[in-house]
Design a protein around this ligand. Structure first.
Ligand code: ARG
Length: 572
């Protein structure tokens, strides 16, 4: 259990007795003591008493003897709390023998669908898909580690009108040539060439239109050509996932087309429930909560006027399937913020239809854009969208060069491996360490730097600890007694015992920059400790205790980075 919770549990009854109502003690880390509680200040007006008197009353009633070595009223009415060394040491010892590193196993495991990555067939993955892939994978890893049943859903864009033109372009190119182009990931040129012809050539447009009809009608030849495009694209996306160390596999592709048979029933059920209304020839739902400028409810198009289904219908079918068939109670959609309105409307409509009822709930895990050094949307030199793989390769090349430069002893193979782990880690960490609601600037120098809140800094901290053990040829004994005499030792211990709390919070809000920030504070606390406290040169029990602190730090760093999808090389 974490210290904030332990203190809160002790202080809450005392506050309740003094205030005559339940009060959150608002316990947090403090500059002046280990923790402080500010709740007395907020109570002063309501109780008509000076805050210091309230705080003193609370102290008199709270039972803190076994937890704290000191507890006092300070300033205008804070409670300053100093944790007893014995208590802190006991928590560290418990952590050392806990394979979960203080992260409580969830009381009730639920089925969670994580909808992420979701690139579009025969179209290059762009940086938005990169963010979705990186954030979604971290969510999947984290929730799985906590004991939830995680279903990864790669909602591939593999259906719809563009396929008329894509298939016709494939026919023009010849199957062999087209397959080659797509499987190599030359998706941008493939898509653009099709688009150019579509815009310029009336006959091609007509062929494309007929091809869409054939595709929707289930024409065997057309379906075979369509499948070719889907399969080659999937193969290519899998190579990107592999490069990125992302846990998505071929079993997780559940493209839009996989819901085709469910679209009819969705419309029928909405109709039966009286939720469908016609608007400009299209069948629409008008879910509550989303209004346009004129104050009227906005339509969510379920079936278009030409009888076809679109993005929203597919998402409704997917929700119905995920809650009804898969039994999921938490649905996460890791998709850029521009689609917020779409998801709000889809969730509201699904709720109206009874497909999304408590305990089931859906959350849009939205995110901002990646910006170039000029602070504008990231663009290639030619002005087009940046090819994702190019970005990843550049990261690896840069990181490998840096690895060679920093450590000339690394062999060729090891330098390549370190370069890959550091380069990919840097890209992912740059993303996950910034508040996902905001845009961030892609800055190579910063993200590959060994200083600051970066993945190389954390990976380096990990490898440095591992080298302590390697050099000395020793291992930590988790059951060794813990002594915390030095201030830097105590500070490190506080960070270590805080891991469980952070992980629990991030499982709720999926704000991975809090986990990143925590790991950074931990690594910095380790650094300060290691500067002040000799480990191998210390004697007997102190050395044993410090080895446990070192080992725990390495384990928490490795686990934390694993949850972010980042490797931890043993040497750098
Ligand atoms: N393919 C879509 C795009 O590229 C993202 C799909 C997100 N998932 C979903 N269930 N709508 O924008």
């Amino acid at each position: 259990m974490d210290l904030e919770k332990l203190l809160t549990d002790r202080l809450a009854p005392a506050f309740a007795a003094v205030a005559g109502a339940s009060v959150d003690p608002v316990v947090r880390r403090s500059q002046h003591a280990d923790f402080q509680s500010d709740a007395a200040l907020a109570l002063a007006r309501r109780l008509g008493r000076p805050p210091r008197a309230i705080a003193a009353d609370v102290l008199a009633r709270a039972d803190l003897t076994d937890l704290c070595s000191a507890a006092e009223v300070s300033g205008p009415g804070f409670l300053n709390l100093t944790i007893a060394d014995k208590t802190l040491a006991g928590l560290v010892s418990a952590l050392a023998t806990d394979p979960q590193l203080g992260v409580p196993v969830v009381a009730e495991s639920e089925t969670v669908v994580v909808d992420y990555s979701a690139p579009n067939v025969a179209k290059e993955m762009h940086v938005g898909h990169l963010r979705s892939t990186v954030i979604g994978d971290a969510a999947a890893r984290l929730l799985e580690w906590l004991g939830h049943q995680v279903l990864r859903a790669n909602h591939l864009g593999d259906w719809g009108t563009p396929f008329g033109m894509l298939i016709e372009h494939l026919v023009d190119l010849g199957e062999a040539e087209a397959t080659q182009e797509v499987s190599m990931g030359d998706l941008d040129s493939f898509y653009k060439a099709a688009r150019v012809k579509f815009d310029a050539d009336e006959a091609f447009r007509e062929r494309s239109r007929l091809r869409v009809v054939a595709l929707q009608g289930g024409d065997a030849v057309t379906l075979r050509l369509w499948r070719l495009l889907v399969e080659q694209s999937e193969r290519y996306f899998l190579t990107v996932y592999d490069l990125l160390d992302v846990t998505l596999t071929e079993r997780d592709f559940h493209g839009e087309s996989s819901y085709n048979d469910l679209l009819g029933p969705v419309v029928e059920e909405l109709d039966r429930l009286g939720l469908l209304r016609e608007s400009d020839g299209a069948a629409c739902v008008f879910p509550p909560g989303s209004v346009g400028r004129d104050g009227e409810l906005l339509p969510l198009i379920v079936r278009k006027s030409d009888g076809g289904y679109g993005y929203s219908a597919t998402d409704l079918a997917a929700i119905r399937h995920r809650t009804g068939r898969l039994g999921a109670t938490r649905l996460l959609y890791v998709v850029g913020l521009p689609q917020r309105r779409h998801f709000e409307m889809v969730y509201a409509a699904a709720a109206q239809a009874g497909w999304l009822a408590p305990p089931a709930r859906a959350e849009h895990v939205g995110f901002g854009s990646i910006l170039g050094p000029d602070g504008r949307m990231l663009r290639s030199r030619a002005g087009g969208s940046v090819k994702l793989v190019g970005l990843l390769e550049e990261a690896i090349v840069r990181a490998t060069a840096l690895a060679r430069e920093r450590n000339p002893d690394l062999g060729e193979a090891e330098a390549a491996e370190v370069g890959r782990a550091v380069g990919i880690g840097a890209i992912k960490y740059a993303d996950l360490s910034s508040d996902r609601h905001k845009d961030y600037v892609l800055d190579w120098e910063r993200m590959l730097s060994l200083d600051g809140n970066t993945s190389p800094y954390l990976q380096y901290a990990y490898s440095r600890i591992r080298s302590i053990f390697r050099r000395a040829g020793v291992a930590a004994r988790p059951e060794a007694g813990i002594s915390l005499a030095e201030p830097t030792e105590r500070a490190l211990a506080f960070e270590l015992v805080g891991f469980g709390r952070v992980v629990g919070e991030v499982a709720e809000n999926l704000e991975f920059h809090h986990l990143a920030g925590y790991l950074y504070r931990l690594a910095a606390a380790f650094s300060a400790f290691y500067e002040r406290c000799p480990v191998l040169r210390a004697d007997g029990p102190v050395r044993e205790s410090r080895l446990v602190l070192c080992d725990l730090t390495a384990r928490v760093l490795r686990q934390g980075l694993y949850l972010l999808g980042i490797r931890t090389p043993e040497r750098m």
